[in-house]
Design a binder for this molecule. Structure first.
Ligand SMILES: [Zn+2]
Length: 178
């Protein structure tokens, strides 16, 4: 069974999220949570701020595409990842619609959809190697962090299942917060 992926303009009648050319092929997928209850709320906020994700996955597992992966969009902010700073430059942003409160779990349907999507991406994009989180690319050496999402994710398990390698900085104890 193939994964259905619908363009975000079918949700709100507008185009892709704000995007620009990128200089390299993406090597990394950054996992996020929207920190909100609904897709509508997330999309509205992203449009207002000129940000976006390449993919959004709702609690029932429905997948929305926010922009082509060949284009760079703003999802990571100031960050440091496997290929250096400004992770937006070389990454794909994938966000689950989830409160990110450490209570509401990412659903099984969301995890299944993400795993299928990651396999599809890896198969079509030989440059893709790393799986990481917004937390992991914004955690500092002193243990402080700028972003906490997505909470409660077993990143090595998802990486293994999708043929990618889990990434975190050497100084971080974990890939994601609980
Ligand atoms: Zn994030």
């Amino acid at each position: 069974m193939s994964l259905q992926i619908d363009p975000i303009h079918e949700f709100d009648g507008r185009g892709w999220f704000k995007h620009q050319p990128r200089p390299v092929r993406p090597s990394t997928v950054v996992l996020h949570a929207t920190a909100g209850a609904t897709l509508a709320g997330a999309v509205e906020t992203l449009r207002e701020r000129g940000l976006g994700y390449h993919y959004l996955i709702e609690p029932d597992g429905r997948v929305w595409k926010g922009a082509p992966i060949a284009r760079q969009i703003g999802h990571a902010g100031e960050s440091l990842g496997p290929d250096g700073p400004n992770v937006n430059r070389y990454s794909i942003g994938l966000s689950w619609v989830n409160l990110n409160d450490g209570v509401q779990p990412i659903t099984g349907a969301q995890l299944d959809a993400a795993q299928q999507l990651l396999v599809i991406l890896r198969q079509g994009l030989p440059s893709l190697k790393w799986l990481t989180t917004h937390y992991a690319i914004t955690v500092r050496q002193d243990g402080g962090y700028r972003k906490s999402d997505p909470r409660g994710i077993d990143v090595p398990k998802l990486a293994l299942a999708s043929g990618l390698a889990a990434w975190k900085p050497d100084w971080a104890k974990r890939f994601a917060l609980s």
